[in-house]
Write a protein that binds this ligand. Structure first.
Ligand code: GAR
Length: 213
């Protein structure tokens, strides 16, 4: 089976990136990370990637701010890097910048995101805090395909995490993160095996369909 070529977009800590690197190194994920891109120069995830000999690129948002359609111009620069590295599947892993339709359309059905809630509950920022504030008894995490609209695309895998009486946003985040680190590599492996078929709002897990690049 041909390895799926990944481009991972991060903004910070990069623990999900690390779980993908580890899954590849342990032979659990038939993928290769061609490049890690960040919109933050000091993202810890860049150092994690470099430790494993993975190419990193920081795309500075500053010079784009002056331009008309600055968000699209920024995403065009990101797209250029992804194309240069022949990326097949784009992985958003704690990438905290809204992705424009320019990038979404270029990678339609080939871009995934992870979010720390059971979508469609609690999209956007501080999802764990939102779940606590709402009084939810169960939260979790979701891997989904990226479409227009924040945290909205067809769901690939979810994991549920019970909320405890004494949970804070921090303690809940830690327990959810353990599941994130398991389900993100799993979702990518399903893609690598050609087992994800998007059908409207649903992602069906099928025997195998040919990956189209
Ligand atoms: C993760 O919890 C991820 O689910 C969340 O940011 C964190 C990044 O951690 N993403 C979002 O909230 C996206 N809406 P990491 O940098 O250690 O992987």
């Amino acid at each position: 089976m041909a390895k799926v070529v990944l481009g991972v977009l991060i903004s910070g800590r990069g623990s999900n990136l690390q779980s993908i690197i580890d899954a590849i190194e342990f032979g659990k994920l038939d993928a290769r990370i061609a490049v890690v891109l960040s919109n933050k120069r000091d993202a810890l995830g860049l150092q994690r990637a470099e430790k494993h000999g993975i190419k990193t690129v920081f795309v500075d948002p500053k010079p784009f701010k002056e331009q008309p359609n600055s968000r699209e111009a920024y995403d065009q620069a990101m797209l250029d890097v992804l194309k240069e590295h022949r990326v097949e599947l784009v992985i958003l892993a704690g990438y905290m910048k809204i992705v424009t339709s320019l990038l979404i359309q270029a990678y339609e059905g080939r871009m995934m995101n992870i979010h720390p809630s059971l979508l469609p509950s609690f999209p956007g920022l501080h999802a764990q805090q939102q779940a606590l504030a709402w009084g939810a008894k169960v939260s979790g995490c979701t891997v989904h395909f990226v479409t227009e609209g924040v945290d909205e695309g067809p769901i690939i895998v979810q994991a549920a995490v019970p909320i405890q009486e004494d949970d804070t946003a921090e303690t809940l985040s830690v327990r959810i993160l353990e599941h994130e680190h398991r389900i993100y590599p799993e979702a990518i492996q399903l893609y690598a095996e050609g087992r994800l078929a998007i059908d409207g709002r649903r992602t069906r897990i099928v025997e195998s369909v040919k990956r189209e690049v």
